[in-house]
Design a binder for this molecule. Structure first.
Ligand code: TMP
Ligand code: ZN
Length: 419
């Protein structure tokens, strides 16, 4: 581990970012891993490798990484384009409509999206008549969002960004933070800035992959350096309370391998009743499954090892038969998976991805090339490992002829299957 004054672009986080306890227990050790979402262009230098370890806090049941990579290294030229996925666009659209119902009768609602990416979510809010603004650290994505008609500020979320937003739009009725909360090192600072920008009757909506599903479905590949935290409901209650906020309601849905959407308001907001029953339901499930204790987390690493062994064995057999194997979906989790399973160019010839910016680049770590979908028809792999298993049905439905011509798919999570 590097000393704090070192030039390394990462540091060690010793205390729980929810409750500040220094007693943390390591339960999943990937060893040194590349930054899974950094793609390598032609002639660019090789990859940085940084320890990837997950720690459990027995005091509050929060899970977090031991290493915090400098966010500038991770996010300033982010390649993730939400709009690529129709599933995600539909999801944003239903959120825009659902939220509007909570404010029934009010016009001119104002919405801020934190980590607004290419503006995909805010476009749906604009369709519902909201005034919108996005904040995202990636300048390339902000430019893209502006081109899509979504006003955007290129910044990391914090008090400075909050002030800029309030200057431009006033206090917000809705603040959305979908798929960013797990990336945040200073959760308390993040929420302080939300508190400052949120109207007293406003609602904060946070979506994050639910740790209960990660454990239940062996989604160990969703562990990577960008995901600093792995959330359960119990520690979140502690966190919101410390920031003068309260959980009002929550719901689970099927995106990114099983996420939870939480509705949070200022503690002083009495307008919308707290759904105690729903909160209790989640807490009881977590309790019943032992998620506030270490045991299920230790089990996760054992299950991951089993998946790795089963897949490696199967690929060995297929290679011996001369089969050609490719992959689909050059997602970050796919790269965790490839590296954890110690697969390389000998195992996987290429990875198809429909995101134009990823095509022509190499996957960090293994340098497997990322290519467009046309390669499926040209190269005719016998097997395609779907790394983006959360979009498996969308990916499969895009190329019906691949299967009718005998092509097969491999999905490895939650367990190995061939279809
Ligand atoms: P994600 O799970 O991190 O969202 O990544 C999904 C990846 O899969 C992303 O790189 C885009 C890619 N993808 C395709 O290439 N084609 C598709 O049809 C879908 C849904 C995703
Ligand atoms: Zn803690």
């Amino acid at each position: 581990m590097p000393p704090s004054e070192s030039m390394e672009p990462w540091r060690v986080k010793k205390n729980c970012r929810v409750c500040d306890s220094s007693h943390l227990i390591k339960y999943f050790d990937f060893g040194k891993m590349p930054l899974v979402d950094s793609f390598i262009g032609a002639g660019e230098p090789g990859d940085l490798r940084i320890p990837l370890e997950v720690m459990f806090c027995p005091a509050c049941a929060h899970s977090q990484l031991s290493a915090v990579v400098d966010p500038k290294v991770l996010f300033s030229d982010y390649l993730y384009h939400s709009s690529v996925s129709r599933t995600f666009s539909r999801h944003c659209n239903s959120m825009a409509r659902d939220l509007k119902k909570l404010f029934s009768g009010r016009n001119n609602l104002k919405c801020l999206d934190i980590a607004s990416n290419d503006g995909c979510l805010l476009i749906e809010f604009q369709k519902e008549g909201y005034q919108v603004i996005g904040v995202d650290p990636a300048e390339n994505l902000c430019r893209l969002a502006e081109e899509n008609g979504v006003p955007s500020i290129a910044a990391f979320w914090g008090m400075d960004a909050a002030k800029k937003v309030v200057q431009r739009l006033g206090k917000l009725d809705v603040i959305t933070a979908t798929n960013v909360f797990a990336h945040v090192d200073d959760l308390h600072g993040f929420l302080e800035a939300v508190y400052a920008a949120l109207d007293d009757e406003g609602i904060l909506v946070i979506e994050f992959p639910y740790m209960r599903n990660l454990i239940k479905y062996n989604e160990f590949d969703t562990i990577y350096h960008e995901h600093l935290s792995y959330f359960l409901i119990k520690p979140l209650l502690t966190l919101f309370h410390q920031q003068g906020m309260k959980l009002m309601n929550l719901a689970e849905f099927d995106i990114h391998g099983g996420s939870v959407r939480v509705f949070v308001s200022k503690e002083s907001n009495k307008k919308i009743p707290v759904n105690e029953k729903a909160i209790q339901h989640f807490l009881e499930l977590e309790q019943k499954e032992g998620l506030h204790t270490l045991a299920p987390y230790v089990n996760l690493q054992k299950n991951a090892q089993k998946i790795r062994e089963a897949l490696r064995e199967r690929l060995r057999e297929l290679r011996a038969l001369g089969k050609k194997i490719a992959a689909y979906g050059a997602s970050a989790k796919g790269n965790t998976f490839i590296n954890y399973c110690r697969l390389d160019l000998n195992d996987i010839g290429f990875i198809i991805d429909d995101t134009p910016h990823k095509q022509g680049k190499l996957y960090a770590g293994t340098h497997i090339p990322v290519v467009p979908q046309a390669w499926l028809r040209q190269e005719k792999p016998d097997y395609v490992l779907i790394l983006a298993w959360n979009f498996a049905s969308e990916i499969i439905s895009k190329s019906p002829e691949y299967q009718t011509q005998g092509g097969k798919y491999i999905i490895a999570i939650p367990e190995l299957k061939i279809i």
